[in-house]
Design a binder for this molecule. Structure first.
Ligand code: F6P
Length: 541
């Protein structure tokens, strides 16, 4: 197989980069009065302005050619068709089936999986209605008022992000908490003000063997039984979301209260499966289905929109342009909506666990950069923290600005001020301020260099009308598919995560050594042995 860097489109992009790398966005906008309208696309209720990117029409043509030469569309179709594209685990990758309408047909090994998906959704909905309606009661007959999701990674980040994002639509009589860290502080701080008799734990774990989750689940059980005393209480206060019925049963949860999903759903792609149960409890089945519709809208857009209008294609390819040709190593995701406080953290797992790979599908070590570092936090807070570096630092950091035309909390003048900052930041980053402009403002020549903004700092702006469950679904799916496009071009497996294994194995071994009463024979390097020794001699118990 031809190496990616030897492909005609890659070579052409390299030469093109040498020719255009210093062209300023000021010039590009001056050359085309309609650039702002022209370089935009719309799909699934999201409007993408990509005009403030350092791209020309030729750049975009070459990037699309690269997608063609690397078979992105064929790979996308293979995913939607249920082929085993996760080759290192021998699995299909079908999170798109989780939001397929009831009458869709998606086969895995010759079996249509859509009916099973809807069967689980219907069971989740029935359970959610029971809890929300006060029909499902705790062991002492009290109504459930607190929901605690225990999970980590994909079994936590999606639910917590989406719960925060859709809080406006949630039942405020319910208290939702999310416990993930194996640090007992996480669990104990989250339950300290809760009444066990009114608390329902959802143990969310695809494997039901994850150390952090199982440790927290057992401690939560102890916490509950300290008050409720009787083991049988577990049945009314614990439900499970997992693919592993045997382990769920072993823990003591009735499998009648288990909501399943499938090995073709990756953890970081699972928030729209039963892993979203806590969210469904918070916002209700109707809104949860709206969320799924939003995901599906974007799936259809990704599948059918032509490449020039295709949002995930555009974002994936433009991201790759900076990552591989400008050597930009990170992307800042900056949502201008407080409800999206956890969005960047969610995207960190989605993108970095998917595309943090250095070996191709053929087992070759890559000779090009793969997944970028994803970071960010909601505006406008970041403006008073790290934006200085984005504006005037030495690193090129492409940014995604995300904003909404309507506020869910319309309190004048807040929303206009918030959005004014979105538009101001992207304008300032693109166009900056020249030395001439600074001097013309009367700044002294000594101070002037410090006041110059080079500009030419690229941004995407994603605008939607309003943050609704449907918009959120579309937004998440946009990023899922952006990650897919990049992984497809890089020819890596975006759907395994072997890189997290070694640390897990070593932690298990070291935990056993810490647990030992005798001085264990430490077989690590001298640094690790010394650290373990110091910890053992000074720990509290
Ligand atoms: O961090 C590795 C990982 O396997 C993630 O991919 C996954 O989302 C997380 O652990 C949690 O796994 P589980 O849902 O099986 O507990």
């Amino acid at each position: 197989m031809t190496r990616l860097t030897d492909l005609p489109a890659w070579q052409a992009l390299q030469a093109h980069h040498d020719a255009v790398k210093d062209v300023h966005l000021r010039e590009l906008f001056a050359q085309d009065a309609r650039r702002g309208e022209r370089l935009s696309a719309e799909g699934a209720g999201l409007y993408l302005d990509y005009s403030k990117h350092r791209v020309t029409d030729e750049t975009l043509t070459l990037l699309r050619q690269l997608a063609q030469e690397t078979g992105v569309a064929q790979k996308r179709d293979a995913m939607f068709a249920g082929e085993q594209i996760n080759v290192t685990e021998g699995r299909a990758v079908l999170h798109v089936a989780l939001r397929a309408p009831r009458d869709a047909v998606i086969n895995v090994d010759g079996k249509n999986v859509v009916p099973e998906v809807h069967e689980v959704l219907d069971r989740m909905a029935a359970f959610a209605e029971q809890v929300r309606g006060g029909v499902w009661l705790g062991d002492t007959g009290k109504r459930i008022r607190n929901i605690v999701n225990i999970g980590i990674g994909g079994s936590d980040l999606g639910p917590v992000m989406a719960y925060e994002a859709l809080k406006h639509y949630s039942d405020r009589a319910l208290t939702l908490r999310f416990v993930s860290n194996v640090d007992a502080t996480d669990l104990l701080e989250k339950v300290r003000d809760l009444d066990p008799a009114e608390t329902l734990f959802i143990i969310s774990s695809k494997t039901f063997t994850t150390q952090e989750t199982m440790t927290n689940a057992h401690s939560a059980r102890t916490w509950l039984l300290n008050t409720l005393k009787d083991d049988t209480a577990v049945a009314r206060h614990f439900v499970a979301v997992s693919t592993n019925a045997a382990e769920v049963q072993k823990f003591g949860i009735d499998t009648a209260n288990m909501f399943g999903f499938w090995d073709w759903v990756g953890g970081r792609y699972s928030m729209d499966s039963a892993i979203g149960l806590s969210l469904m409890l918070a916002v209700g089945p109707q809104q949860f289905r709206e969320l799924l519709s939003g995901f599906h809208d974007m799936d259809e857009h990704f599948r059918n929109a032509p490449p020039e209008q295709n949002l995930p294609m555009l974002m994936g390819l433009i991201g790759l342009w900076y990552n591989n040709f400008f050597d930009a190593c990170s992307v800042a995701v900056l949502p201008y909506d407080q409800y999206l406080a956890y969005f960047s953290a969610y995207l960190q797992q989605l993108d970095m666990e998917s595309n943090g790979k250095h070996v191709t599908l053929d087992g070759e070590t890559v000779d090009y950069q793969t997944g970028p570092i994803i970071w960010g936090q909601p505006g406008t807070n970041g403006q008073h923290a790290f934006y200085q570096l984005i504006h005037q630092g030495t690193k090129l950091i492409p940014c995604d600005f995300i904003g909404f035309c309507q506020s869910l909390n319309p309190l004048p003048p807040h929303h206009d001020l918030l959005m004014a900052n979105v538009f101001a930041q992207t304008e300032a980053l693109a166009f900056g301020k020249t030395l001439e402009q600074v001097l013309a403002e009367g700044v002294t020549p000594e101070l002037a260099p410090h006041r110059v903004f080079e500009g030419n700092r690229p941004t995407s702006t994603i605008l939607a009308d309003k943050l609704t469950p449907r918009t959120l679904g579309a937004l998440i799916a946009l990023y899922e598919h952006k990650v897919f496009v990049q992984g497809a071009v890089w020819n890596i497996n975006s759907f395994d995560q072997w890189g997290v294994e070694l640390g897990k194995v070593l932690a298990k071994k070291i935990a056993a050594e810490l647990d030992s009463q005798d001085e264990p024979q430490l077989s690590h390097d001298s640094s690790t042995n010394t650290l373990i020794g110091r910890y053992r001699s000074r720990r509290t118990s």
